[in-house]
Design a protein around this ligand. Structure first.
Ligand code: URA
Length: 244
């Protein structure tokens, strides 16, 4: 799809529209090997564009993996509290990014940020059965009976029936560590599920969304683009056809 040269360059996130226009007018931008000084010139996504001599690697959408720390809101903007978007290094910032699926302010771990609405929608749609795995620390012991009840489908305090969830006890103690897998994303879902069996969540970390696993090399607060392989696996799991 053809679009204005200044818009195409600015959409990649590293330069503002006005910086882009300045560079174009200064003759610092080429299209298919020819200097172009017209910011409104229509170019195809397949054109070879250089900015300051560097090739522009055009990506229609971006997909970022973040290891979210506690205390950060999982929304695009908030006037008071820092959000996941505020944590992005400037090179990864881009208009239209949003978190695909929310974590609570105190929950840590995997967040996928994208500007691809269809992709996010498929990832979150319960009918696609994408399992979100979490590690959870609780304030009281767990038994196999709890695991059985989670597998049957917990009924929340407001009467909502949850889809079956897997619950595995990883560390059996007074404050046990467990792993839970759910295929929906209701508000405070895991905390509310444990609330029905009188257990409070003291720590919660998302480990994966379908085939996408949190990269153990990412420290809390860090973000990296997902790889082509990770994208392809996610796309396959959600029957998504469009390519990056
Ligand atoms: N369930 C919760 O209760 N909180 C989260 O952040 C994610 C799932």
């Amino acid at each position: 799809m053809a679009q204005r040269l200044d818009k195409l360059i600015a959409s990649q996130g590293t330069l503002s529209r006005s910086e882009t226009v300045r560079l174009i007018r200064a003759g610092k931008v080429t299209v298919d090997g020819v200097v172009c000084r017209d910011a409104a010139c229509k170019v195809e996504e397949t054109c070879a564009v250089t900015v300051n001599g560097e090739p522009l690697s055009y990506q229609r959408f971006v997909y970022l993996m973040m290891n979210k720390p506690a205390g950060i809101l999982c929304v695009s903007r908030d006037p008071k509290v820092p959000t996941v978007l505020d944590l992005l290094p400037p090179a990864l910032r881009r208009k239209g990014l949003f978190p695909a699926g929310r974590l609570d302010k105190d929950t840590v771990g995997l967040v996928l940020l994208t500007d691809d609405g269809d992709f996010a929608h498929r990832l979150l749609a319960p009918k696609n059965d994408i399992v979100k795995r979490y590690q959870v620390r609780l304030d009281g012991p767990l038994t196999e009976e709890h695991c059985r009840r989670f597998a049957e489908g917990i009924v929340l305090a407001d009467g909502t029936l949850c889809r079956p969830a897997t619950l595995k006890i990883l560390e059996d103690s007074e404050q046990p560590l467990a792993e839970i897998g759910i295929t929906e994303g209701r508000y405070h879902q895991i905390k509310r599920m444990f609330g029905t069996v009188d257990r409070g969540v003291v720590w919660l970390k998302r480990l994966s969304m379908g085939p996408l696993e949190l990269d153990p090399m990412l420290n809390e607060g860090e973000t990296r683009p997902i790889t082509e392989k990770e994208w392809a696996e996610l796309a396959k799991a959600t029957n998504f056809v469009q390519h990056i």
